[in-house]
Design a protein around this ligand. Structure first.
Ligand code: ADP
Ligand code: GN1
Ligand code: MG
Length: 354
């Protein structure tokens, strides 16, 4: 890809003086573009192996960011192409440009409890801000993205076909995943029975998708809106805590560092519920702690499935990368499951505290 050539298709201010890869995302390819003007930009090559309908995805992002910024909510700002489009296509490649959010930083892991509280508050505010947005206007970018039952069925298919002869490397992990089979349909069943709301959610709220202000430590924006689509509040709550509990790196080989940190749980929950306690229904509240287990085990299922499929989805740096990631998620999921009573108690305490 020729960065200069591609960026020239967009309506940016100034001339490019430098560009470099940024971020640690598992999906897209992202560059920081510096110009001779004050504004910097982000150029992203959209992963169309993962996202099959880029037009639907970009239309979702456009609608949601317009809605949020019209409501004075800081969010991603798309730069249009010179032809007025929100992305540029060349052959089978797709690109978009965003304004670079300056003086901000994203973390792979957060231990500062005030920042954890702020992250909970940020997702609470985002959920609240999107309450007036009709979820049916959004395209389902990846069908069944957080349908854990479906993810589990996909895993069973991959185990059966064992395409790259890797089942032998992860028998213990697979046995561990089979043990929880009864849990996998709890949230999707609650959605299907209309016991919990079907609303607009982010669906990929891992902590490196949140930008913190470098000076104040406050949240600037929730980014990576590729998967913004209809879902359950529980998907975002569970997945955000999954990534916070995993600590600095999701692919850590030192499993002793991975585990439930009740202070992190308490702070995130307090920040989130301060915004959302009057929005969530009783069933949603009763499933908050459980969602952290479910989203974590789902992530283990996804990493193992990709490992068994020969690493076709997530970016990997070495052959066992997905297996290593799955191990951190499994260790964490087992621990969360055993400590659910304690976590549920914290939810109740956060509800009664002001
Ligand atoms: P991926 O889907 O690959 O995770 P992201 O959209 O999360 O892609 O972008 C990858 C990284 O690029 C982010 O974690 C963040 O560090 C950086 N980034 C993306 N968009 C912006 C932006 N508008 N301003 C500042 N940094 C950004
Ligand atoms: C991917 O795009 P990124 O790196 O923020 C993935 C998430 C996973 C996460 C695990 C579209 O997130 O669902 O939870 O990796 N995004 C997509 O780190 O699949
Ligand atoms: Mg990301």
């Amino acid at each position: 890809m020729n960065v200069i050539d591609i960026i020239s298709k967009f309506n940016i201010v100034g001339s490019v003086i430098d560009y470099s890869p940024i971020g640690n995302g598992h999906i897209n390819t992202t560059f920081l573009i510096k110009t001779d003007c004050e504004k910097a930009y982000v150029l992203q090559k959209i992963n169309n192996n993962v996202f099959k309908n880029v037009d639907g995805l970009m239309n979702n992002i456009f609608q949601v960011t317009e809605y949020l910024s019209n409501n004075d909510f800081e969010t991603l700002e798309l730069i249009k192409t010179k032809d007025g489009g929100v992305y540029y296509q060349v052959g089978n490649e797709y690109y978009r440009v965003l304004v670079f959010i300056d003086n901000a930083i994203c973390y792979e892991g957060v231990t500062d409890l005030q920042q954890v509280y702020n992250a909970g508050k940020a997702f609470g505010l985002l959920h609240k801000a999107l309450r007036g947005f009709d979820a049916s206007l959004l395209y389902e970018v990846i069908p069944n993205f957080h349908n854990t039952k479906q993810r589990y069925n996909d895993l069973l298919v991959s185990i059966k076909s064992d395409q790259v002869n890797r089942v032998k490397d992860c028998k213990t992990e697979i046995d561990n995943l089979l043990r929880y089979e009864k849990q996998y349909s709890i949230i999707v069943d609650a959605l299907a029975n209309k016991e919990i709301s079907f609303v607009v959610t982010h669906n990929d709220p891992k902590i490196n998708n949140v930008l913190f202000d470098k000076t104040s430590g406050d949240i600037r924006a929730v980014i990576d809106l590729d998967t913004i689509m209809p879902g359950s509040y529980l998907y975002d709550f569970g997945d955000a805590l999954r990534s916070l509990f995993t600590g600095e790196y999701e692919d850590s080989k030192d499993l002793s560092k991975i585990g439930v940190n009740t202070q992190i749980f308490e702070k995130y929950t307090a920040g989130y519920l301060n915004e959302m306690k009057d929005v969530l229904n009783k069933k949603e509240i009763s499933l908050l702690a459980f969602s952290t287990f479910l989203l974590t085990i789902e992530s283990a299922i996804r990493f193992i499935t990709d490992y068994l499929n020969g690493d076709t989805y997530f970016k990997t740096d070495y052959p066992e990368h997905n297996l290593i990631r799955a191990r951190t998620q499994l260790k964490l999921a087992n621990e969360i499951f055993n400590r659910l009573p304690e976590l549920n108690k914290i939810v109740q305490e956060c509800l009664t505290k002001k």
